[in-house]
Design a protein around this ligand. Sequence first.
Ligand SMILES: Nc1ccn([C@@H]2O[C@H](COP(=O)(O)OP(=O)(O)OC[C@H](O)CO)[C@@H](O)[C@H]2O)c(=O)n1
Length: 325
Amino acid sequence: MSGQTTLDRMGLMSSQGKLPLFSFGIISDVQYADIPDGRSFHGVPRYYRHSIQVLQRAVQKWNNLQHLCFSINLGDIVDGFCPKDQSLDAVKKIASEFEEFNGPVYHMIGNHCLYNLSREKLLPLLKIPSHNGSAYYDFSPAPGYRFVVLDGYDISAIGWPQDHPNSMEAMKILNENNPNIDKNSPVGLQGLERRFLKFNGGVSKEQLLWLDHILQNATDSNETVIICCHVPLDPDSTTPEALLWNYEEVMHTIHKYKCVKVSLAGHEHQGGYSIDSHGVHHRVLNAALECPPNSDAFGYVDVYEDRISLVGFDRLQSTEMVFDS
Ligand SMILES: Nc1ccn([C@@H]2O[C@H](COP(=O)(O)OP(=O)(O)OC[C@H](O)CO)[C@@H](O)[C@H]2O)c(=O)n1
């Protein structure tokens, strides 16, 4: 395997003339549960027990590659159908599979994580830094590069106690924008309004200010920024039903600066890709959960000065994302 890796890397060198500055592993929507196969609301098959095998093959591949510095989980590690008396063990089981990776793992929370456990329990288990329970943070894996992890469920009707201000703000947003009794139903909503669903969420004012501050500092330090969020940020990269409620505010903040080159997301299980009007790439990854037995959806990302290259395995398409200068 290491010989193959060397060949792969030599291939990269010969085609692009350079080795990556650093590389990392990536996977999304494992949504594991020890339950029989099922289907999504729209009838797409879901393989709840097989998804852990996709993760295991991902970690094995990442370790065999030997040059990955860290890995990123884009959220939803455990499915909402996981029996609630098994939630804690299921989250621990998946977290320990990630820990088999030879390097740090950066997690983020998704709606299915929050169906299973409270933020109080989830964040320490996944070693997610907290701002009063909100799960956003940043890290710099290499000089000149900064990753910003957003909490797309900061304003959410799931995961906070019902009387929490963020939960009440979320209910207000849902009541104002979705007249259906079932707030997960988009029936009657048109176009991008179809994002006002209970299993989506938004970024709080505090988080937006924090994001602005991080991007200002990154600009001052001449850093390139990659944003990660379970919930997609750009309407052209996803169906409206999986879009962040206040995507416009987040995109406005991103577009104030030139440092953000890429966003990475999950949640929309079929995946997606767009380049927005400011040249920012938005890549949504296919779900590990929806891989039929013995198929995969994970990858790794090579980061260069002028682009990032997502190398996908099996169902996950590779994507070359060249930065706008
Ligand atoms: N009452 C409902 C409930 C859901 N929908 C539609 O179903 C999709 C989302 O449900 P689900 O697939 O279980 O959610 P996931 O978080 O696993 O996956 C996110 C999706 O990939 C985002 O598209 C959604 O399309 C709802 O509109 C519904 O119509 N009515």
